[in-house]
Ligand binder design. Structure first.
Ligand SMILES: Nc1ncnc2c1ncn2[C@@H]1O[C@H](COP(=O)(O)OP(=O)(O)OP(=O)(O)O)[C@@H](O)[C@H]1O
Ligand SMILES: [Mg+2]
Length: 261
């Protein structure tokens, strides 16, 4: 598989006042073109820091060290164009006073240099691809459900045809049924377009349904990484075993994981 992204020795620290938190302690990771990788781990393990560092979106209080290479791209990646980012809470990133159709069109206009008319036509097409009724193009974010807003967030993230889609807990603000729909949507879009996926989750069962490979983070370090089926069937680290045990169903079966084990 052609490499898209190579990370070596990535460290991220946050400074606030006199205190300092080491969020990532030397991460090595590679991602092939079209490959789907899930980053899992408990709260505070550094998942979002990794996603943000890859997208070049770390906040000002963060300092990063290490190397992120993009051998699969001709130039350094441009956010929005080469890398699409889906946030946990799409409400927070959408403009409340602009229609959702116009927001998706704007992403296409800015990143692809399209005319307004062509960008609007692309937004119509993107709404179809994320299975949103066209009637919602003129709606404002507050008029949509959480699941619909996340579909808008996904439409905006894929508008410019990125080589990599990063999704940071894209379903954790949604109820269970909508979660499954959004995961299926991401899975379908990634397969259709051939873009690579870096999906962040604390839920190993969810990760197993979409990822070729799973990377397990704990305290800012990789404790285990490998093929999804292998990690699910034969976890090496106690920590991974604990994450797996946490998603066993009450009757003792592995629920969603069964199909992949
Ligand atoms: N902006 C920030 N300022 C200071 N510390 C931060 C900041 N962002 C993250 N951290 C700290 O860095 C560590 C890793 O945080 P990160 O958000 O990457 O974890 P996470 O695995 O995404 O957690 P969650 O599952 O809760 O989203 C944590 O100790 C967190 O408190
Ligand atoms: Mg996070």
């Amino acid at each position: 598989m052609k490499p898209l992204l190579g990370i070596s020795g990535l460290r991220v620290r946050y400074r606030s006042g006199v205190s300092e938190v080491e969020a990532l302690r030397g991460i090595d990771l590679s991602l092939g073109a079209g490959e789907r990788v899930a980053v899992i781990g408990e709260s505070g393990s550094g998942k979002s820091s990794l996603a943000l560092a890859v997208a070049g979106l770390l906040p000002r209080e963060a300092t990063g060290e290490g190397i992120i290479r993009w051998p699969g791209l001709a130039e350094p990646p441009r956010n929005g164009k080469d890398v699409g980012f889906v946030f946990q809470d799409p409400g927070g990133t959408l403009d409340p006073v602009m229609s959702v159709g116009a927001q998706v069109a704007e992403v296409a206009e800015v990143n692809l240099g399209l005319s307004r008319r062509r960008a609007v036509a692309l937004a119509v097409e993107l709404f179809e691809r994320v299975r949103l009724p066209g009637a919602l193009l003129k709606s404002y974010p507050h008029q949509l459900s959480g699941g619909q807003r996340q579909r808008v967030g996904i439409a905006a993230a894929i508008a410019a045809g990125p080589a990599l889609l990063i999704a940071d807990e894209p379903t954790s603000a949604l109820d269970t049924i909508v979660q499954a729909e959004i995961v299926r949507l991401i899975d379908r879009l990634v397969r259709e377009t051939g873009m690579a996926l870096l999906i962040v989750s604390h839920d190993i069962a969810l990760a197993a349904t979409v990822a070729d490979r799973i990377v397990v983070l704990k305290d800012g370090a990789v404790v285990e990484a490998g093929e999804t089926a292998e990690i699910v069937a034969r976890p090496k680290a106690d920590y991974t075993r604990a994450l797996l045990a946490a998603c066993l169903t009450l009757d003792g079966s592995a629920g969603v994981l069964e199909g992949r084990a």
